[in-house]
Design a binder for this molecule. Structure first.
Ligand code: PLP
Ligand code: TYF
Length: 392
């Protein structure tokens, strides 16, 4: 049977981790995989997370099974934080998932089960989005809507693309800090998208994986809230893996907005059935940490402060990068339009390879850079490498 299989490529982003680690050059720069780093290039465990873990170690009464819904205290605390008062509580159901990816997978399977055949996705998008939906039986339809030269989101192009969507299709929206471009709609853009989505009877799936790393914690949720408030039915896939620095703990949740409490109960029962058939129950540790933090005022304050420091670091690195101005045909100043961890520069795969071979600068083949991979000195090195590149 296995002879019928064909060899699959590995994830090029994850491959960069190994390539960078194996490079002996001391001035190497890793702008590859999207994890936050500090000025020294470390991805530390947040102090509020360490404190919550210490409490778990001494106080956790049991590790007995919870259930397919996971830690309901975590789900509740997160719902308040993320949704604010955008949607009446009785219209929202939610459950814990293995990371944002688990939430997306469950969303995709729920769509497939509801008879949704197609999901519209602005492109480029996170490399896992299209395969994830396709594997669950929902065909991705891409709408090219970013201009790398001007670092802008083409709202009209996206809305026109959605004009092709049929009632009953789904649409994927990045809640904030778009991966891989870093450009989000502005408030007016979100309202225009919400109107179009509602008008055409589309089911929005909002992927919110970077709340707090863009403009600030509440502002970063505004797009998601605008969308959810405008429609009878929606899904929100949430990841705590970046904003709590929990990555490998696989911490996330899926929320469904439903027309009323009764339909919510049906949706929830379907989500539980799908979760059971996938992973039975989600891993507990990360969610327990987040719950402890969110249920404790002083830990919440400590976490929010640390997250804000991370956000400001990204903001100042982005400004430093943009200060490089125009280098050849690359307008770095335009990178200032974006926010969050990522920007995608208009570089060819050959140029990406050249920067790696010649200057030990590692980034995705698409030209995507993880801004947290810089420190202030590395930004200067990067500017010089680009000048070297365009001069040759
Ligand atoms: N969605 C986007 C846009 C992402 O960039 C990521 C990154 O990993 C995820 C979802 C998945 O997050 P998680 O690691 O929690 O599965
Ligand atoms: O885009 C990124 O870099 C992050 C991390 O298969 C990531 O979202 C990358 C690839 C992958 C899973 C997570």
């Amino acid at each position: 049977r296995f002879a019928t299989l064909t060899r699959q490529p590995d994830d090029p982003l994850l491959r960069i981790i190994g390539q960078h680690a194996a490079d002996p050059r001391t001035n190497k720069i890793d702008l590859g995989v999207g994890v936050f780093r500090d000025e020294e290039g470390r991805t530390p465990v947040m102090t509020a997370v360490k404190a919550a873990e210490a409490r778990l170690l001494t106080e956790q009464p049991s590790k007995s099974y919870l259930g397919p819904e996971g830690d309901i205290g975590f789900v509740r605390a997160l719902a308040t934080l993320v949704l604010g008062d955008a949607v009446a509580a009785e219209r929202v159901v939610g459950l814990q998932t293995p990371g944002g990816t688990g939430a997306l997978r469950l969303a995709a399977e729920l769509l497939a089960r509801s008879g949704v055949e197609r999901i519209w996705i602005g492109s480029p998008s996170w490399a896992n989005h299209a395969p994830l939906f396709r594997q669950a039986g929902v065909e991705p339809a891409m709408i090219p809507c970013f201009d790398l030269n001007t670092q802008s989101f083409d709202l009209d192009g996206f809305l026109t693309g959605l004009g092709e969507a049929g009632a009953g299709d789904a649409v994927l929206l990045h809640g904030c800090c778009h991966n891989p471009i870093g450009i989000d709609p502005d408030a007016a853009g979100w309202h225009a998208i919400a109107s179009r989505v509602a008008e055409r009877g589309l089911l929005p799936v909002v992927d919110l994986a970077y709340q707090g790393l863009g403009d600030g914690f509440d502002v970063d949720a505004q797009g998601a809230r605008t969308i959810l408030a405008a429609v009878p039915e929606a899904l929100l896939a949430y990841s705590c893996d970046k904003n709590f620095g929990l990555y490998r703990e696989r911490t996330g949740a899926l929320f469904a907005v439903t027309p009323d409490r009764d339909s919510g109960a049906t949706v929830f029962s379907n989500l539980l059935a799908l979760a059971r058939a996938n992973w039975s129950m989600p891993p507990d540790h990360g969610a327990a940490i987040v719950r402890i933090i969110l249920e404790d005022e002083s830990l919440t304050a400590e976490w929010r402060e640390e997250l804000e420091t991370m956000r400001q670091r990204l903001e100042s690195l982005r400004a430093a990068l943009a200060a490089g101005g125009r280098i050849g045909t690359i307008d770095l100043a335009a990178v200032a339009h974006g926010k969050g961890m990522f920007a995608t520069l208009p570089l060819s795969p050959t140029q990406v390879e050249w920067l790696r071979d010649r200057h030990a600068i590692y980034m995705a083949g698409s030209g995507r850079i993880n801004i947290a991979g810089f420190n202030m000195a590395a930004v200067q090195t990067f500017h010089e490498a680009l000048r070297d590149m365009v001069a040759k």
